[in-house]
Design a protein around this ligand. Structure first.
Ligand code: CTP
Length: 398
């Protein structure tokens, strides 16, 4: 299941470190290659000898071991995945706040691979606002958090904060990061970003969409094996996604024309763009000069791309849309699902802090045309994209 995957396991100073050798054993049994890093505090909880025997590699713990320097940059680059389990309160707060005083942290700050953490602490520590703020920071950095479990804690109390069981950790990471390519052979179309509707050669009507949600969906579809075309509006920073075909557009009309054409050959279409609903009737050819105190711009409705795809949908094609709502969220989302003949609608509410335009995080509810409703916690947009594609595969390809 993890054959040939290179996993770096970071262990920090928490009583749950006694479970770390089981994680190593389970990773090795799944076919992974494992290297282990300990923080200085972790050395009090678990033996280097046990870990090096199980991982079949030397265990690293210091930036400087005797006379040699441990190359933290190369360790981060070697790994396909960096797992930190257990993650103590102390290391969590250093990760969240840029403090780098040991090898594990140096590797974390220089790692280019995905990072997944399994926190472990006592219930009151876990629920402390400082801990939760640091967890939110890690999510906003794009790190993945394995949920803590409820149960008996080292203090003797019962509550939240237990590290997930080793088998569960290994299963979660192999499901999340090394999934089989369930969408191999499928073609996917994604729209993302804003549109700019010209008023004259130098002015436009636009919106604050960053395109991040749609970009994350395009990446996730690609990771699952689909052949992906991303139709991207004018986002603030340049985007290039290895393996994904990009078509850059500016206006709602250009986005419509491109999506209609690409839809013909697409199995899956996810419309995540914030398309302008209205566009100037006749943009001026020359820059408009100011005159008078008031100015009127006549606008007309742009074509609804998602709805047009819904009308053209053939059996076997799956169409997914978004709904950004501020009031009566569920009903409005369900109305869009039906009116636009979509198969799934992803609702994000602007009421939720950290959800929607510009943020790196989002909080969504997925509605399926067959009545399913799946509510998710606030997560990084990468993780939200994973949840959306998991749901799509579950409903239409399993
Ligand atoms: N959408 C689209 N083309 C448009 C407008 C919207 O493809 N011209 C798609 C969006 O990409 C999104 C969904 O429709 O997937 C919902 O967009 P939203 O702006 O939330 O809803 P609207 O249908 O525009 O309705 P309203 O603004 O009245 O809420």
């Amino acid at each position: 299941m993890l054959k040939g995957k290179k996993i770096l396991l970071g262990i920090t100073g928490s009583i749950a470190a006694y479970k770390a050798p089981y994680i190593v054993r389970s990773l090795i049994k799944s076919g992974a290659e494992v290297k282990v890093i300990l923080t200085p505090a972790a050395k009090d909880f678990v033996s280097k000898l046990t870990l090096s025997t199980l991982s079949r590699n030397p265990v690293l713990s210091d930036l400087f071991d005797q006379d040699s320097w441990s190359n933290h940059v190369m360790l981060g680059r070697w790994a396909d995945l960096f797992v930190i389990a257990p993650l103590s309160q102390n290391t969590l707060s250093k990760m969240a706040n840029g403090i780098c005083d040991n090898l594990l942290l140096a590797v974390y700050f220089s790692a280019t691979c995905p990072v997944v953490v399994a926190p472990a602490m006592d219930e009151d520590m876990w629920h402390h606002p400082a801990t939760q703020a640091n967890i939110s920071k890690l999510i906003s950095f794009g790190n993945n958090i394995l949920p803590v479990e409820r149960g008996e804690l080292a203090s003797g109390l019962n509550g939240d904060g237990r590290m997930a069981e080793p088998e569960q950790i290994v299963k979660s990471i192999s499901d999340r990061f090394f999934l089989s390519k369930q969408l191999r052979g499928k073609k996917a179309l994604v729209s993302a970003g804003p549109t700019y509707e010209p008023i004259d050669p130098v002015r436009f009507i636009g919106n604050h969409s960053s395109g991040k949600m749609g970009i994350a969906i395009a990446k996730e579809l690609y990771n699952r094996g689909a052949e992906v075309t991303l139709v991207l509006g004018p986002v603030p920073s340049e985007v290039s996604i290895p393996g994904v075909q990009m078509i850059n557009v500016n206006t709602a009309q250009e986005m419509y024309d491109t999506c209609i054409k690409e839809f013909e050959i697409s199995d899956i279409s996810v419309m995540a763009a914030a398309v302008a609903d209205y566009t100037p009737v006749s943009p001026a050819k020359q820059k408009i000069k100011k005159s008078g105190d008031l100015m009127m711009i006549e606008l007309k409705r742009s074509t609804d791309i998602l709805k047009s795809l819904g009308e053209r949908k053939r059996p076997g094609q799956v169409v997914v849309g978004f709904a950004l709502e501020t009031t009566d969220e569920k009903n409005n989302a369900l109305k869009k699902l039906e009116e636009k003949n979509a198969d799934m609608i992803i609702l994000n509410s602007l009421k939720d802090k950290g959800a929607g335009f510009g943020y790196n995080t989002n909080k969504v509810t997925i509605f399926d045309k067959n009545g399913a409703e799946m509510k998710f916690e606030q997560k990084s947009k990468t993780e939200v994209a994973r949840d959306i594609i998991d749901a799509l595969i579950h409903f239409y390809y399993e």
